[in-house]
Design a protein. Sequence first.
Lengths: 931, 97
Amino acid sequence: MLTTGVIILIAGVYLGGLFLLAFYSERRAAQGRARFIQSPLVYTLSLAVYCTSWTFYGAVGSAARSGLEFLTIYLGPTIVLMAWWLLLRKLVRISKAQKITSIADFISARYGKSASISALVTLIALSGVAPYIALQLKAVASSVDALGGLHVRTPVSATNHGILADTGFWVAVCMALFTILFGTRNQSADERQPGIVAAIAFESIVKLVSLGAIALFALYGMNGGIADLYARADWHAGVARLTTLGAEFETRWLATLFLAAAAFICLPRQFHVGVVENNDERHLATASWMFPLYLMLVSLFVIPIAISGMTQLPETANPDLFVLTVPLSEGRTGLALVAFIGGLSAATSMVIVSSIAMSIMISNHLVTPLLLRLSVFSQQRTSDFSKVLVLVRRLSIIAILTLGFIYYHSIGTTSPLASIGLISFAAVAQFLPALIGAVYWEGGTKAGATAGLIGGFGLWTYTLLLPSFAGAGYVVIELVESGPFGIELLKPNALLGLTGWDPLVHGLFWSLSVNVVLFAAVSLFSEQSPLERLQSAVFVDAFDRRRTGVEGAIPRSAATEDLFRLARRILGRDRADRLFAEYAQSVGLDRRADLPKTDPALIVYVERALAGSIGAASARSLVARIAKGETISLESVIQILDETQEAIRYSRELERKSRELEETARQLREANAQLTELDRLKDDFLSRVSHELRTPMTSIRSFSEMLVEQAAQRGPQALEGAQAQRFLGIIQHESVRLTRLLDQILDLNRMENGQLDWEFERLDLVDVAREAMETMHGLAQNSDVELIDGLGDARLPVLADGDRLKQVFVNLLSNAIKFNDAAERGGIGRVWVEVDRTALPSAGLAAIAVRDNGPGIPPSEQQTLFSKFSRGWKEGARRPTGSGLGLAISKQIMLQFGGELLLTASSLNGSSFAVRLTRAEDAAERPDAAE
Amino acid sequence: MNRRRLRDAAAALPAGAVLIFTPPYMRIYDQDWTVFGVPFLHVSLFALWFVGLVLSAALARRLIADEEAGEDGGVEALDAPPPSDGAEPPAHAARGD
């Protein structure tokens, strides 16, 4: 058995080591070499400050007393972290933008930077945290006593020997010293404290490892593994609580789950490590699974320790100390010491972070506003306020621990750890409505939040705190037992006759429901101040980038010199100089002296920086003293917000217009390209026409010149010679050709402009094709080309102009005959006319194909085949060519009929053209039906 | 998964966790069976817990990757954080006079 002296020595050595670790980390960080402190792992481990000695000792106790309910304390935060994307991320984003220093600062900043609301939140937090700190003191004190063998078997009682003999007193003193040495090294709350963070993270590892070691010992040292542990548990009635759910576990389960989730956000120390000390939103993503993992492991370790304690320790053993007594019962002092160190870690980390967070709140929201009112501090000439601030923080830490000790000393020794912790949770849960409203409801007002907080806190005091004093045997016991003045309806444990409820559920129900109702109702019936309106928009739309900088739109002016003096006074010389140098740099100036005499953006900048040190409310009131034009109306704020909305709309409108302009420009470019192309085609056409006309004209001219010459030489009779007759014949032939060409051009032109009159009649495409074949019969025979009629007895009724349609077929046939070269290749030239089967699938089409075994049309020519003067067959081909307009005209004709003319296939072995028209079913069938 | 679904999932996961870890469902796990000697209640609670944190890890990775990818413009990217740490530079927007 260890003596108390040895235990305290070991604890001292451990705390000393921790101090060195923190000191070393701080040194490294100052040199910029401690990047690991800014890692997501360290962030997650610092969140684990959630697991205090309540977890370390109390969870086992709670598991032994009330079964699986202890799990809710760890499931609550698990759910909150899984929802990091919805809530924590937003809190972090806002806190970074607004340089928030604590949860009180957050709520105050949202509700118009109100000093009164932050003071209220601080007071509530203080009332809630004092029992929690008492819990840590109690846990450490009883662990020291248990380890020293003082009261192993009986509940710890330390009140008999006076304060100095009380272990809890010395624990409190040690922790106050440690926290003051560490927590107040920096003057500003917004500057991260790497030493503290490193120490907290390290302690989180220590407590997990230590609890794990005890759990393993319980499993394998005291039992034969997992199955054996549960098998032995079957013999023990108490363990049944842990392996099944109670008959009415529901309400308490829901209440504690909710409390744990709320506390994980609202506890000042959790807000401090989770939101204020967060330096990267992405750390939340990692913590969203890593921290639940940590909690799951802790919960896993609790179970074997609780079962072993229940099954193998005497009935009288205090379940809250199972973690220590389980190894001690087997004589494993070393292991018990490991457990003690783990519990000490859990307690110290909680006390350090809690008291730092609380000292920031007390100094910023309770003391500073008062000090700034004193004339000594409000004078411009007063020197460095930052030193005062540090002193205030140190005194605050002492005050908090004193308060915790008083609570511990007066009542803390009788209630189990978990019930004390839950009372604390219920106190800070009162912040939840105001906090959630702050980030999701623009309509919440300062009056509403204040009313909700006061109402909730009042009922918490009455229904939860008061009975906890009564349990310790004080005069209030009468009030709790029979109600004030004997009025049963007002009994703290059964308000308005709600008897038979669990006290925690009862208190939580009343305090939170009144809180929410007051918050909502008073908000609905009260007005927001201009600044509140502005802040509510900034908070609720935190992810809207367009809202940033809205604050700078408030018309204010302050002399740069005054701002600088103010910053120096509050932040100290060095920080103020650095601050202004950074600002000057960010606006592209070299020195502070180059800054303009007044600068609205600088006001916002300085106010933010001050807020990071003394809170939003105090910063605002200080800046307001030197800034002119500060009084703004609600109208102007709404206008500012509307203006940003307007600016957004305007820019959207501009965007839309520029898109439209772009579209128009694109269309114009396209139209221009088309026009250019048309112009080119026209030029092309003209040059081709001139060329085509020139050939016959040249021959007419030359032959007529020759005739004129001959007549001049030999007189008129020369014209009667055979040669002259031949010349005249050529002249006549060429002029006919010329006329035909001109006719065709005019024809085509009229067709393209739609100036031609068409006579549509019902006719059969097959008949028209046959007529054309008859017409071409002679030409075919002359050219030794065989015309094959493959039409059979098909009927293809269409609506068209018969003469024009025939012209199309004639043209196709004459091309097919004229250019057929099969004979030269040793074969027989053939042209087939048949029903176009390829068009059959699309019903309602009448189609005929004209196929030949001629030379085919080279791919390069196929594109332009149907344009004017194009010749699919090479220029200067063996046979005289046509005008080059035939196919173009045919195509135009078919288009006029609403049909088409296509080249369906072409190869070296011939080509195939298709004439397609809409089938005139009705026209063809009606006569049949009538007969 | 597209951005919208990803963000819906970020809300659905905690909602599902609340459902799974509260009474009507909790009663389901309270059975007489044991798994290798361990009560079914313990096995199922911790198994669900583990599954929840695995899902959370998978989702968190995608959310962060998506946010980093989505920072270059687009209407939806308005949700993305400012390029740097946002708070430090003074409000330039206010200087637009």
